[in-house]
Design a protein around this ligand. Sequence first.
Ligand code: NAP
Length: 185
Amino acid sequence: MCFGVNHLGPFLLTNLLLDRLKHCAPSRIVNVTSNIHKYQKLDFTDLNYNIVPLFTYCRSKLANVYFTQELARQVERHGISACAVHPGYVVDEWKSQFSILFRIVMYVFTSMFFISCQAAAQTVIYCAVSDDILQHNGGYFSDCKPCTLQPHAQDSGIAKKLWEASETMVGLTSSPREHLATRTR
Ligand SMILES: NC(=O)c1ccc[n+]([C@@H]2O[C@H](COP(=O)([O-])OP(=O)(O)OC[C@H]3O[C@@H](n4cnc5c(N)ncnc54)[C@H](OP(=O)(O)O)[C@@H]3O)[C@@H](O)[C@H]2O)c1
């Protein structure tokens, strides 16, 4: 579910909107990833990896980074740009199903280490409106500036391979691929 919601959903939605985005060019796509993408690598024999939840999340966010790179490469000539954003760590509310004591403890903890929703929105907004991102098409942004990715997160071969696997998983292509097996997991 994590890989599906965090990567395959946005991948399919973006592809279904591409004709419209081309028609409206210049247009932009801002994908929200997380900087913890750097702690994992993708395993193409098990893209739906679901053993350690945090690692599953990291992989889905790494998929956002690869997706953005390959997307930018494919659509740049159509006047569409794409970027990936780390918004910062934010918790907007501790839901009422938690006890009042837990919520107070978490409020104190998050006040020290997390940022507000308004602050977390800034890099997303920056990437949506600033012309600075045009020279970093496919790039990764944090704190309203472009950031360097780890070497494994800028592998264009993996980005292309993930694109092809994702096309198969969401049914955008009917050609059999080596990744088809992951659909049945
Ligand atoms: N919060 C952070 O500290 C943080 C840090 C780095 C990156 N990010 C990234 O920022 C983005 C937003 O994060 P957030 O904290 O705002 O997350 P969130 O409050 O948990 O919102 C997640 C969104 O995903 C939807 N969703 C969850 N499970 C789903 C499912 N099974 N099927 C369909 N939709 C589902 C939710 O829909 P409903 O509203 O309908 O429930 C909601 O709109 C995410 O991409 C996250 O990875 C967040």
